[in-house]
Design a protein around this ligand. Structure first.
Ligand SMILES: [Zn+2]
Length: 287
């Protein structure tokens, strides 16, 4: 278990908490970038015998006035069998304990936003009830998802079906808690979706703006901090890698210009920092 890290963006109180950690094939995380280039960046000590590398599951809690917004909900506690052992091996399922440590219970959360609906981003959208049925984890929250992403998640193909699990979102829809939105929709005052397509066609980051300060929860626009420094380092998971490239170029310019606080899901906890540029070289500086 990790302890929460706290930040402010204008009037927003931000806490970054972790659902845990899992491991992914390093070659898949770095796409066309050869191992000889990514291995020294990741560090040999972080690569296991199957060439898997650690992936954080950093979730963001945003508090402002009476709003409690949770952005992305980790892998959760429902996986079993081959998904638990092969697809998402790791140690996770801690989000509720981490929220509790912040003084937040399930019923206190007023809004949930998912950058996309891959299984490592919406696992705690739902949970097992005592009788084994799957229920929305946050009964008093509105859940916000881009409509196109929901369409992709409910109309899978041979490539995408391994990571879209209906139990993560259909119980939310059935309970009438799901808001399907389009584009730069506001979630709570000052927090909105920022479409960042590429990883999926309707992938969206979360943009926070208050008192002239900017924060961006990147989602899977990057899987490792180095991918913010180097736009062409793109994961093999991205369904539209050339779209990712254009999205990232725009994103990087903005992040530097606005000195945005960046929160990255899969970087080592807490995955928070800013991009700086000096002499044409970009560096992700952790905070
Ligand atoms: Zn992910």
């Amino acid at each position: 278990m990790t302890s929460a890290r706290h930040y402010t963006i204008g009037e927003f109180e931000i806490s970054v908490i972790s659902d845990g950690e899992f491991r992914l094939d390093g070659g898949a995380v770095f796409g066309i970038i050869p191992r000889i280039m990514w291995e020294p960046v990741v560090g040999q000590e972080n690569i296991d015998e199957h060439y898997r590398i650690p992936m954080g599951l950093n979730c963001m809690v945003v508090r402002r006035n009476n709003d409690v917004l949770v952005v992305d909900t980790g892998i959760g506690a429902k996986l079993s069998g081959i998904h638990r052992e092969r697809t998402f091996p790791g140690e996770y399922g801690h989000l509720l304990e981490e929220l509790h440590a912040l003084g937040i219970e399930r019923g206190d959360v007023t809004a949930v936003a998912n950058t996309h609906l891959h299984a490592d981003h919406c696992g705690w959208n739902t949970m097992h009830d005592r009788d084994g049925s799957v229920i929305p984890t946050f009964p008093n929250a509105r859940y916000f998802v881009q409509r196109g992403e929901y369409e992709a998640a409910t109309h899978t193909n041979e490539r995408t079906r391994g990571t879209y699990f209906a139990e993560n979102f259909e119980p939310v829809k059935a309970a009438g808690l799901l808001d399907l939105v389009e584009g730069e929709t506001e979630i709570i005052s000052g927090a909105r979706f920022l479409p960042t397509p590429g990883h999926t066609a309707d992938h969206a980051s979360i943009l926070l703006q208050s008192n002239g300060e900017t924060g961006i929860y990147t989602g899977d626009l990057v899987h490792h901090a180095v991918q913010a420094e180097r736009p062409v380092w793109i994961a093999a998971f991205d369904v539209l890698p050339l779209v990712t490239l254009e999205t990232k170029k725009t994103f990087v310019e903005r992040a530097i210009r606005e000195r945005a606080l960046l929160i990255s899901v899969h970087s080592a906890f807490p995955g928070v920092g800013r991009l700086t540029e000096q002499g044409g070289k970009r560096t992700f500086v952790p905070e």
